[in-house]
Design a protein around this ligand. Structure first.
Ligand SMILES: [Zn+2]
Length: 58
């Protein structure tokens, strides 16, 4: 996988999480609803992959 592929996915996950947080009344910084947890997990996985890729890559 290349950074070029990762970046749009990372951005989409960031947007999805942010939009969820803006609307969800259940999520708090300490505890997320199931949907929020799912979005956060995919966001943090993509963020790790993206940041690691940038650090090690090219
Ligand atoms: Zn939520």
């Amino acid at each position: 996988m290349t950074t070029r592929d990762l970046h749009p996915r990372y951005m989409r996950a960031t947007t999805a999480l942010r939009e969820h947080d803006a609307q969800c009344t259940t999520c708090t910084p300490a505890a997320r609803c199931p949907e929020g947890a799912r979005l956060y997990e995919s966001f943090s996985r993509l963020q790790d992959a993206y940041l690691n890729h940038n650090r090690n890559g090219r």
